[in-house]
Design a binder for this molecule. Structure first.
Ligand SMILES: *Cc1c(COP(=O)(O)O)cnc(C)c1O
Length: 376
């Protein structure tokens, strides 16, 4: 069986976790700070704030951006459901906009049409690692006085116009779930150039505590902490951070390996007329967190038949990115909402295996299987 994905973890990552455990300081501490500094340097952002996962990072981003009850935030329905949920957490309303049929990234014109007097922000998603057109959304946000927030859960190691994702705007949220390109088990990071945002997120992730644990332990005089506001426990542990530091050192190599595999798919599946392959336009550099193909209506098999046939032949696949507005949690909220482009993209696409290391034989097997099923 060829799996859909696998995290790339090795002995070095395990050793890093071991060392932290043996040190006796296992939750947020020196390793978290080191991971933040290294992640900020890697992306080119001034600050990085480590959190328990990307969803909690998005929640903090909403809070520091000042989004609250009654506000509207435009985002794609086609995304992992956490994107929309993070807007709900602060009492605001996700307003789902359409995606572009070829990149699955948010459609600028459609997003603009949905702006009202209540719109406060746009939550952009870099779909399965492919950067969205940040400049176009920046211009739209400036024109309408909106905050731009990036859900870069899948986009660590991707670049837009020559700069790493994480450096372009003030609230960029990353995930280190095992399904992403690098992993800490669970984990997340928010990058920002805004020092006030960084400080407030650091407060909010740790119960609003005025003195951090490191300062308390290092103090020679007794200190009592105060809790400045009702906040959260969204900490990353030092065990996770130590793994993250080692993963980050490998990130560019992992991305290069993924790009080599994707290049074979793009070349060796190019002549199958009944599918549409993803496109990486100039100025866009994807980490290929996932590789999605669109099955056109004229294909000899339906999307689901193709997925079953692949499974029968030992190749795992997944449906493309989900739609949030058709999930039970959003059914009532979205009653009557129709997003034809989004629904078609979700219903007709599949994600095929791509992981590191993936043997040349496995890559060939996936290609051969798709060719034999789709050319018949
Ligand atoms: C994975 C993912 C998330 C959630 O990340 P967690 O770290 O699991 O909370 C949010 N948004 C998108 C687009 C994702 O792919």
């Amino acid at each position: 069986m060829i799996p859909i994905a696998k995290p790339y973890l090795n002995q070095e990552d395990a050793q890093a976790a071991y060392d932290v455990i043996m040190s006796g300081w296992i939750t947020q501490g020196p390793r978290v700070q080191e991971f933040e500094e290294k992640f900020a340097a890697y992306t080119g952002a001034k600050h990085a704030v480590a959190v328990s996962n990307c969803t909690t990072g998005l929640h903090l981003a909403m809070i520091v951006a000042g989004i609250g009850s009654g506000d509207e935030v435009i985002c794609p329905s086609m995304s992992y459901i956490a994107t929309a949920n993070s807007i709900m957490y602060v009492g605001a309303k996700p307003v789902f906009a359409e995606v572009h049929p070829e990149t699955y990234n948010l459609d600028v014109a459609d997003a603009e049409q949905r702006i009202t007097s209540k719109t406060k922000a746009i939550l952009l998603v870099h779909q399965i690692g492919m950067p969205a057109d940040i400049d176009a959304f920046r211009a739209l946000c400036d024109k309408h006085n909106l905050v731009l927030i990036e859900d870069a859960a899948c986009a660590a190691g991707s670049s837009y116009k020559g700069k790493k994702i994480g450096s372009h705007s003030d609230l960029v949220c990353f995930s280190f779930h095992p399904r992403k390109v690098i992993s800490t088990g669970d984990g997340g990071m928010v990058t920002t150039n805004n020092e006030a945002f960084s400080e407030r997120m650091k407060l909010l992730r740790q119960h609003g505590m005025s003195v951090n644990a490191g300062a308390r332990h290092g103090a020679t005089k007794i200190i009592f902490e105060d809790h400045l506001e009702v906040a959260y426990n969204y900490r990353m542990t030092d065990i996770q951070a130590a793994v993250g530091i080692k993963q980050l050192e490998k990130l560019d190599w992992i991305v290069e390996e993924r790009r080599t595999i994707a290049k074979r798919y793009l070349t060796e599946l190019a002549d199958i007329a009944c599918i549409r392959l993803p496109k990486e336009e100039s100025g866009y550099f994807t980490n290929w967190q996932s590789f999605s193909i669109y099955i056109k209506p004229e294909a000899p098999l339906s999307r689901n038949e193709l997925m079953q046939a692949l499974l029968d032949n030992g190749v795992a696949s997944r449906r493309g990115v989900m739609t949030s507005h058709r999930e039970t949690a959003y059914k009532d909220y979205c009653k009557g909402l129709s997003l034809p482009q989004t629904e078609d993209a979700c219903d007709r696409s599949i994600i095929i295996p791509l992981f590191v290391p993936m043997s040349s034989e496995d890559i060939t097997a996936v290609i051969q299987m798709l060719r034999s099923l789709l050319f018949s």
